[in-house]
Design a protein around this ligand. Sequence first.
Ligand SMILES: [Zn+2]
Ligand SMILES: [Zn+2]
Length: 94
Amino acid sequence: MRKPKELHRFYKSTQWQVAREIKIREANGKCERCGALGEEVHHKTRLTVQNYLDKSISLNQDNLEFLCRKCHNEEHKRFSKSQQFDEEGNLIHR
Ligand SMILES: [Zn+2]
Ligand SMILES: [Zn+2]
């Protein structure tokens, strides 16, 4: 499957960087699940090339979750059937 370039572009956008920063600040830099040092902002409703332009999904603070790498990986593993790309738009290998 090809890499979704549109998603790559989204993750590089200023809008996303700002939304991400707000989320990280709100979470005090800590994983919202286990309290460890957070690293990645996760979309509860997964971003796809079909929905990333919908700001109520892609930029909605309520749809974001700040996670450490471990919790983030678990989250994606759990939904591996429906999720093929991580937040950077990279294919997740299973
Ligand atoms: Zn965690
Ligand atoms: Zn994620």
